[in-house]
Ligand binder design. Structure first.
Ligand code: PLP
Length: 402
């Protein structure tokens, strides 16, 4: 165990050696257990961030670590010149969970978005014989930091310093079907959106909005891409957030909780899209779909099914929502709650940085989404007792705000 000074020295070392692209909290994490994290000084935190919606199963979930260790002793990597058993099994389980037809494994969410965009553009190219197509994305969306993913991210501040983005992307207002219709033209090849916006403020899509978009896509042979990287994998009470409404995408991205800590993502296509988009030579990745990452995916999906993880979300989420609503009720400076299931945000009339810092001091990890929104992404296995524990700590912090 280290003392406070030693932890501070580690942080100074980090700030000397790592490129400063994050303003990190002044904590060096050491290990996790269940729904709790511990820093290198031994301080314990209740975790309502879950590695940004990654640790759906919390830490040390029974059977998960063992499955990874077993795969390490077999083989970690094969390259995509060969087949491997975990990838074959993982793809099959993912098809079953999503109802999609084809899977391409990536190493991250941004890469899943890149692949989804390439698949959509290639589909239109195959049909039309030219490649000057356009994509419609949403304002306040977040799809990742690589050039392609950034090009569809609806935050001008993230894009501005990096100049021309690949392709032509037009931004519509989320949940405003007229603003989408106004952008559709003969060149439009895809519409991409999050079924619940994550970074942009925990805003769920209206089912009518999704239905109208699906209709436009069907009429004009435009591909609908749902980014389920944050809202997927059971977080909203359905395996994928769109499943609640039965409005199917042509292409879907997933990552974050897919590996529950092992970096892995995927994009999935329906057969119509797969049949006339990416073919051999069009796309690839060295690590994507390697046996280690896919062993994690297999184990995660097995656990979801055997231990009824989504049923648990459905049971605990209404209680969680009620607890958050009572905070909105109690404090004037909290304007509203937004979200679905275990993906929630509280909108403040002021920056939340101070609340987050004080909560951490009191042993609760929360993050923000934009400067004024407090974001809650607990592990999906969170208990009602842990919701109470969170609320007690947060209430203590909030009660001191003047
Ligand atoms: C996190 C996130 C991404 C990017 O995933 P990375 O693994 O960070 O590249 C893309 N889309 C959404 C909705 C996300 O929340």
């Amino acid at each position: 165990m280290l003392n406070q000074t030693q932890m501070q020295e580690m942080i100074e070392q980090a700030e000397t050696d790592l490129l400063h692209t994050y303003n990190r909290y002044q904590i060096v994490l050491d290990h996790g257990d269940g729904g709790y994290l511990y820093d290198v000084t031994g301080k314990k935190y209740l975790d309502f961030c879950a590695g940004i919606a990654v640790f759906a199963l919390g830490y040390n979930y029974p059977g998960y670590n063992e499955a990874l260790k077993a795969q390490i002793d077999k083989i970690l990597h094969t390259s995509n010149y060969f087949y491997n058993e975990p990838a074959i099994k993982a793809a099959h389980l993912m098809k079953k969970a999503s109802g999609m037809d084809r899977v391409f494994f990536t190493n991250s969410g941004a890469e899943a978005v890149e692949g989804a965009l390439k698949a959509a553009v290639k589909y239109a190219y195959t049909r039309d014989g030219h490649a000057d197509h356009e994509i419609i994305a949403m304002e306040r969306s977040f799809h990742g930091r690589t050039y392609g993913a950034l090009s569809v991210t609806g935050n001008a501040h993230y894009r501005e310093p990096f100049g021309n983005m690949p392709g032509t992307v037009r931004f519509a207002e989320y949940n405003n079907i007229d603003s989408v219709k106004a952008l559709v033209n003969d060149k439009t090849c895809a519409i991409i959106l999050e079924v619940v916006q994550g970074e942009g403020g925990l805003t769920p899509a209206d089912p009518e909005f999704l239905g109208e978009i699906r209709k436009i896509c069907d009429e004009k042979d435009i591909l609908l891409i749902f980014d389920e990287i944050q809202c997927g994998m059971g977080r909203t009470g359905d395996m994928y957030a769109w499943q609640k409404f039965g409005i199917r995408p042509d292409i879907m991205t997933t990552a974050k909780a897919l590996g529950c800590g092992v970096p892995v993502g995927a994009f999935l296509l329906n057969e119509k899209t797969a049949k006339s988009s990416l073919v051999a030579g069009d796309h690839g990745t060295t690590y994507g779909g390697n046996p280690f990452a896919c062993a994690a995916v297999c184990k995660v999906l097995e656990i979801y099914e055997e231990d009824h993880i989504i049923e648990h979300v459905r049971e605990v989420a209404p209680y969680f929502t009620e607890v958050l609503d009572s905070l909105v009720e109690k404090y004037d400076f909290i304007l509203e709650r937004r979200g679905r299931g275990l993906m929630q945000g509280l909108y403040f009339d002021r920056p939340v940085a101070d609340v987050i810092r004080k909560a951490m001091d009191a042993g609760l990890i929360l993050i923000n989404a934009g400067s004024n929104i407090l974001r809650f992404l607990p592990p999906l296995v969170v208990t009602k007792e842990q919701v109470d524990e969170m609320a007690a700590i947060l209430d203590g912090v909030l009660s001191e705000i003047k």
